[in-house]
Design a binder for this molecule. Sequence first.
Ligand code: PGA
Length: 249
Amino acid sequence: MYVIANWKMNGLRREAEVLARDVAEYLHGREEESALECVICPPATLLHAVAGWAEAEEQVFAVGGQDCRAEAAGAYTGDISAAMLKDAGAEYVILGHSERRRHHGETDAQVAAKARAARAAGLIPVICIGETLEHHETHRTLEVIEAQTAASVPDGLKENVILAYEPVWAIGSGNVPGPGEIEVTHSAVIATLTEKKGIAPEQISVLYGGSVKAENAPDILRIPGVGGALVGGASLNAREFCRILAAVR
Ligand code: PGA
């Protein structure tokens, strides 16, 4: 199971170090539990530092970026390539987060191109999908999710395929879909990946994200088809985040 911390645009060096070290300290007691893969995705400015702390802590957690550009290099001021993330110590990269889709107009096709670039650079992409409140209220969740999944996952991706189902209306809101809804949506994502993309089921992990907290994590993580959690706000507090890690049992 994956528990991925998405720090978003939060964290300066000093507090980030305390947070990362607290998480590492917790994980040191659980090394034998190979079922848990913890990944911290800090802002790009901290990637190299967090990767260094992970190394000093015997890699009890892995490190990931929050976005990359599809092109390998060039005149793209302010952007970061997949190879740069890898070079800074990342093993994973979150792609197509709804905040990127909303604030930067990212399309499914761009997300797929980024995922291809990530894989080419040796990173494991974590591809985010999720319906808006309007889609949800008009009962279009499955239709939207299946279309996003088919278009955001590049055709060549066959191994270690990680998606994060994050309903836009659940992110940072304290609202979470019911367990039945999460189960149905995750099974639709898995079916789309196996049937339309020819991906073997054992290569697929579908994480849930959107208001995952210490209190609801045990219930969410035991839903069939949930392969872990992508955690935003609650990943900024070491105690809360470690309680989420503890929910992986
Ligand atoms: P949240 O964010 O846990 O704060 O709802 C999740 C995410 O956006 O990845």
